[in-house]
Design a protein. Structure first.
Length: 231
């Protein structure tokens, strides 16, 4: 009888950790590029920038969990602060809060309820959390950053910051619902997603789910174009 290989399990775990680190590094790189491309879009209300990097980060969170989403939510804004932004530490903090509140909330719920319904519920709660957190922090930080009276900022909360964050969150939610399955399939083929995780994603998307996702995407894209003054 052959002796069991006591090194097999640690080696397998190490290999899995390396794959996860490679995948997270790739997610950080893609999210950074998407952030740069988002900066080419017209600003909303002359000073707010729609950004869809949360789509990439949240897909990573769906695959690897909310802790991974939190880590990437810090790394990408940190890179942005040093290489692509002039808003400094304040912009970094606001970026982390916005991305983490959306991605970590959605990823946490999806980890607990690993179904299409869980994804929709998690993303919806993520949009709500993003909006609530950013309303609070815009009220606290914007008067300092923009040099505006707090009363003026308070008046902007329901008319400027509320619709902006709802549209930003809704746009990312719709993109995630449309792109998650193809992205996970590609990661599985590249063997960057653990087999146990990949196997849960093998079911085909239902027509109703796909139509809902596309309708949601079309709705938020249209609203975003209106806010940017394109339509």
């Amino acid at each position: 009888m052959s002796e069991p290989n006591v090194n097999a399990i640690p080696m397998a775990r190490q290999k899995g950790n390396v794959k996860q680190m490679v995948s997270l590094a790739m997610i950080c790189a893609i999210a950074f590029v998407v952030m740069l491309l988002s900066k080419l879009l017209p600003q909303v209300y002359t000073f707010l920038q729609l950004d869809v990097k949360d789509t990439v980060i949240c897909i990573g969170g769906f695959v690897f969990g909310p802790v991974a989403a939190a880590a990437v939510s810090i790394i990408v804004p940190l890179l942005e602060m040093f290489f692509a932004s002039d808003t400094g530490p304040i912009g970094f903090i606001m970026n982390v809060l916005a991305t983490a509140s959306f991605c970590c909330t959605a990823s946490f719920v999806y980890k607990k309820v690993h179904t299409k319904k869980g994804a929709i519920v998690g993303l919806t709660l993520g949009v709500i959390m993003l909006t609530a957190v950013m309303l609070l922090w815009n009220y606290l930080i914007t008067p300092i950053y923009q040099g505006l009276p707090r009363e003026t900022v308070a008046a902007m909360l329901p008319t400027v910051f509320l619709p902006f964050n709802v549209v930003k969150g809704g746009l990312n939610m719709a993109l995630i619902l449309v792109l998650y399955k193809p992205v996970v399939t590609a990661l599985r083929k590249a063997r960057l997603v653990p087999e146990s995780q990949a196997s849960t994603q093998s079911r085909k998307l239902g027509a109703g789910y796909l139509l809902f996702s596309l309708a949601l995407l079309a709705t938020f894209v249209t609203i975003a174009l209106v806010l940017m003054g394109i339509l």
